[in-house]
Design a binder for this molecule. Sequence first.
Ligand code: DP6
Length: 420
Amino acid sequence: MAAEEDWVKIVTAKTPTNIAVIKYWGKRDETLILPINDSISVTLDPNHLCTTTTVAVSPTFVEDRMWLNGKEISLAGERYQNCLREIRKRASDVEEEEKGIKIAKKDWQNLHVHIASFNNFPTAAGLASSAAGLACLVFALAKLMNVKEDQGQLSTIARQGSGSACRSLYGGFVKWIMGKNEDGRDSLAVQVADEKHWDDLVILIAVVCSRQKETSSTSGMRESVETSLLLKHRAQEIVPKRTLQMEEAIKNKDFSSFSRLACADSNQFHAVCLDTTPPIFYMNDTSHKIISIVEKWNRSEETPQVAYTFDAGPNAVLIARDRKAASLLLQRMLFHFPPGAETDLNSYVIGDKSILQDAGIKNIKDVESLPNPPELKDANSIQKHPGDVSYFICTRPGQGPTVLSDESQSLLNPETGLPK
Ligand code: DP6
């Protein structure tokens, strides 16, 4: 590699976020990020929620640098450093004759990278961005450095950035196997089924207003491991059986079991949070109202129509069995949580049609005349809470990480390697 070389090699990738339906909560190794139980997630369609990351390498770069949503951030943290080290270790030769790029395996140790990352959803919404972010960082760097390992191996690296990130390396339905080894080499993600397997499902995320500063997942789960006996019981006795049942439910597209297991697991995770000393409250009154609405509706039907699950925050992730159920769910949600006049009704498009159109809602005025949901016989349950939900995001199970070959999607300038 000659010193006068001034090429810039660039890769851009797009990676989805995921929502756990069997939760990861608790580590047995804090540095390697090894969990105390298996977990299962649904990958969310990256066309609705995703992280885009551009990584660049050039002999002219003097240090590793990163920009997140346009702002430079430090890469000094242990988790970033572990991911960078593990990817560099696995780098291979790269040769692009037409650009005069020739990088030998050993050169990667001395070359610096620039990283720019962007979430297409507001970070302030409290939606997990670390899973998509760390998975995208690892995936994009692996492509840049010509790492030959498969997605499962890459997931063991993403895991060291943030546990839930390992599940974002696959689309569809993904299991994070906790593993047994002390070095974490068998703690990795595997795909249970791809996104086409069960494409009836429609997912509605209620972004709930919250004034409260939440405990981070990392410190919350540490406190639970230290103090909650319920967590011990959950990890040893409950989750192993539940994981097998959930895998079966997914493989058989058995929505009744899927919904029962997902709701029970979310509720148990939040019970563990309450069982932690001092107790941790992630859900708020609005989250509880959403649970009641869904429970009441599900019980009034022959089979469950919707599953709910909540991560380390008050937002509800509602998984409807099909489009019809999603449209009825959205009607119920808009009935109880009327949106502001500025709401963009175009944001509910799934496929080529809006879920709102399915529900017969053409403009915001139609929301005011929505009928009472039939299961609400007693007048006390007919309550409206305008402003409690900021907005809804409509999505569905989606694909895993992809490389974006169109240069216009790059977040770094191809000449300078600096943010555009
Ligand atoms: C409640 O992956 O954010 O979302 O490994 O410390 O980075 P770290 O934690 P993180 O925890 C996610 C917890 C959860 C459940 C889940 O995604 O399985």
